[in-house]
Design a binder for this molecule. Sequence first.
Ligand code: FAD
Length: 430
Amino acid sequence: MGRAFVYVVLGGGVAAGYAALEFARRGGYSRGELCIISEEAVAPYERPALSKGYLLPEGPSRLPKFHTCVGANDELLTTKWYKEQGIELVLGTRVISADVRRKTLLTATGETISYKTLIIATGARALKLEEFGINGSDAANICYLRNLEDADKLVNAMNSCSGGNAVVIGGGYIGMECAAALVTNKIKVTMVFPENHCMGRLFTEKIAEYYENYYTSKGVTFTKGTVLTSFEKDSTGKVTSVILKDGNHLPADMVVVGIGIRANTSLFEGQLLMEKGGIKVNGQMQTSDSSVYAVGDVAAFPIKLFDSDIRRLEHVDSARRTARHAVAAILEPSKTRDIDYLPFFYSRVFTLSWQFCGDNVGEVVHYGDFASSSPRFGAYWVSKGQITGAFLEGGSREEYEALSVIVRRKTKVSDLSELEKEGLVFAIQE
Ligand code: FAD
């Protein structure tokens, strides 16, 4: 049993949706030549919605509202759209092995799908507690958050413990966004993480302090510098409390775990070059096999702006842009230059909203008002006398744009105290 396509996109997440849009825009395929294979049962959607609009207590967002590519203010690609464009959606189908030399994929249903060109868009999966030696995370009231199924489990758990206690494990953006959603759903939250402050990979202590104070004012409790070791469960197998390494027991009606992700590379290990935990690609998003491209969370690609250092980014903007770039490179290789991407990341919690672009290396210069309830503050990262990264809370579109310009230009800075005084004006006047 088998089918043959010219182009196969493996994975049906954010990157797959934006790849489909780019194929349709460029029209470089005929009906029936392009397919998307996805383990998920629905057409590609904007994954970030799962920890934001999807978890709202009032008028939560539901599909089809957040299919790609609405997240970038573009078309809403529903199942009907794919049909109209002649793009085959092979949904609810897991690929269990890949043979790069033969150019074939084998699905769990026993079908062999062959391709001339493959785009790997398998994204990443949530790390499980079991991978850190803690058992029992399959309980009905322990939630992870990577896909729609996870989000539905989380919504059900929230609905059945209004007024109760939740423990959030992990202080990254999943933990932070879920904690905000839980509080909004009238659930008391304790966040537990081993670091000194939240968002340890990006935030400075000062930035983190602002958000932690804000969360505390909303009723969130922080238990930092420790980890969980095990759970207490009732006779039905539901978790009733979380036991920490420091000996504390935290009562829990539900637990949300956000302890990081791992790129889904396993189908291609030993067949394609890997780097930084992902599949290594060049500036055309092409892997070590010229018929195979990789995009989104699974791809490790050169960032020109950082002297072509290879990075694997886990952000939605990167998934969108790398996907579109790969399609351009496949359909019009001679016209497509190497990708020149400025890393960009954002989050929204409660009524707060921040953006970061560039690289958080070098000295940090904070500026703005960290004290107000409607905050406007930020930070620059400065390395070798040049701006390398910029963070801003509560900015306007123009301000975020101005920051991205100075990061891209690596604008020179001669006096850090002057930069601190000028703050946002430094970027705007450039
Ligand atoms: P994914 O969107 O994960 O898609 C991968 C797809 O591949 C899935 O459909 C999966 O089922 C499929 N797949 C994997 N293996 C197989 C297989 N063997 N066979 C078939 N199908 C397979 N980023 C931000 O910048 N800002 C945010 O605010 C933000 N919020 C987020 C909130 C949540 C809850 C999550 C989970 C992520 C968030 N992100 C955010 C990150 C962003 O969503 C990811 O960077 C983006 O989804 C990556 O796109 P992708 O297509 O590479 O992977």
